[in-house]
Design a protein around this ligand. Structure first.
Ligand code: HEM
Length: 448
């Protein structure tokens, strides 16, 4: 029987955060400045409205408070497997495309798959990436996601195809297996682990391999033999105008942010599978069957990985229900007409991927972790964990393979259960507040 995954209440105030007393000077200043602030807020909002040509053809919606708009409601932490109160309310009031505002700017939010595909497929022509600054700060500069215009186009052309090449897939597979093995072996000495923290060690291990390679290339850039055996060499050969430092920065920046997504995906899969023993058992049987079929010494091949149907379904479902990237941010480059609405040039648009993933009209019982649905439906227009259009994730195949490798090592070697309640929170990046404490029990039979 499938059980809905527990959706806990999220505490808003932390202990010790209450206001304990009021300074008279601050009170006086507040009274004097309050009317000025209100006038500034209202006029700022009015100016913004004027600049956007009025609201007449914008999708309907609630603008929230002056200047701050709906910022606090929009970014309020909530379980990653839900949409949160704000989005649920707006979607039920205004439908799948609605307007709101954040930090004095109009924001259109869409849960409509047709509109979202239109937005993502018209990147660079009608839309441009427009991440909020706090997300940029969290992810770090030097990331391809923040580049726009010509810089983006030339950098993208360098990485395009590279991540999907046969060579990188097979080479990366060996490195990921090594990272998974190291981490899992170290667990043999423990019974209680903080899974998310442990997985970040694997992420750092993979990251350190890239860093060592980048530094090695930097020292030996004049001795290159012309073979494009990795991304760093590829950059060196094909983009000689880029400085060595910026090549290293871009590769490191790129890998660092993206490895976080994979780390959290594995943690999410462990969390979901831990609550769904039937799926865990079926996955274990598939892994064991594959090992028996190939008679290998435990090493996973690319073909094995591709042919594990239930494992692929578990990954699809984890990416749907976990909502690792809940929304993609864009800005309109011209006025956009869609379904009777006009969205003025310069408006921020958020394609809300989480709302598509949790839409009951697209997924039956969307609040249930049900990997079996993918054995039947195979694919869905509403499933977009890797985005779409030119910015679609270049590492989707590598990410899926990494998740499969980690799950395989984990499931063939351990049983586990949650030691105390924890739940993935959208904060805005996904986090487990307690780092996912799990109790592990080594299996003695077949190991990988
Ligand atoms: C489960 C893990 C991952 C998820 C859910 C994920 C998701 C995404 C999403 C939604 C985007 C689109 C961003 C946008 O449109 O603004 C993206 C972009 C990207 N991802 Fe991933 N990603 C994952 C792992 C990876 C990995 C492991 C790599 C590389 C090894 C990678 C490389 C990239 C790159 C290079 C882009 C930028 C594409 C561009 O801006 O043109 N991703 N990813």
């Amino acid at each position: 029987m499938l059980l809905p995954v527990e959706q806990p209440e999220i505490p808003i105030l932390k202990a010790g955060s209450q206001i304990t007393g009021a300074d008279p000077v601050i009170l006086l200043l507040t009274v004097l400045l309050a009317p000025i602030i209100v006038i500034l807020l209202v006029s700022r909002l009015w100016i913004t409205e004027k600049k956007n040509g009025g609201d007449s053809k914008l999708p309907p919606g609630d603008k929230g408070w002056p200047i701050v708009g709906s910022t606090f409601s929009l970014f309020k932490p909530h379980p990653a497997t839900t949409l949160g109160d704000f989005l649920n309310l707006q979607l039920s009031r205004y439908g799948k495309i609605f307007s709101t505002s954040y930090l004095g700017r109009t924001l259109v939010i869409s849960a409509d798959p047709e509109f979202n595909r239109f937005v993502l497929q018209n990147e660079l022509r009608l839309f441009q990436n427009d991440l909020p600054s706090h997300i940029k700060t969290i992810l770090g500069e030097g990331n391809l996601s923040f580049m726009t215009g010509e810089t983006y186009k030339s950098t993208k052309s360098l990485v395009l195809g590279f991540f999907n090449s046969w060579q990188i897939q097979t080479r990366f597979l060996a490195e990921v297996e090594e990272a998974a093995k190291r981490v899992m072996t170290s667990w043999r000495q423990k019974s209680l682990i903080l899974a998310n923290e442990e997985l970040s060690k694997a992420r750092n291990f993979i990251f350190s391999i890239v860093k060592i390679k980048a530094e090695d290339r930097k020292r030996n850039s004049d001795k290159m033999d012309g073979k494009e055996s990795d991304l760093i060499q590829y950059h060196l050969k094909n983009n000689p105008s880029l400085s060595m430092q910026s090549i290293c920065d871009s590769v490191i920046g790129l890998i660092f942010a993206t490895l976080f997504n994979t780390q959290i995906s594995v943690a999410l899969a462990m969390y979901f599978l831990g609550q769904c023993p039937k799926a865990l058992q079926q996955l274990r049987e598939e892994f064991q069957q594959k090992m028996n079929d190939t008679g290998t010494t435990g090493k996973l091949t690319w073909d094995d990985y591709k042919n594990m149907e239930f494992c692929q379904s578990v990954i699809n479902e984890t990416l749907r229900f976990g909502n690792i990237v809940p929304g993609l941010w864009r800005k309109t480059l011209s006025d956009i007409d869609f379904k009777g609405y006009t969205i003025p040039q310069g408006t921020t648009v958020m394609t809300n991927i989480a709302a598509m993933h949790l839409d009951p009209s697209a997924f039956e019982n969307p609040n249930i972790f049900d990997p079996w649905r993918w054995l039947v439906m195979k694919k869905s227009n509403n499933w977009m964990p890797f985005g779409g259009g030119v910015r679609q994730c270049n590492g989707s195949e590598i990410a899926r393979m990494e998740i499969a490798v980690f799950l395989r090592h984990l499931i063939l070697n351990y049983n586990w259960e949650l030691d105390e309640p924890d739940h993935p929170i959208a904060f805005p990046l996904i986090t487990f507040p307690k780092d996912l404490p799990i109790r592990i029990h080594p299996l003695v039979e077949k190991t990988a």
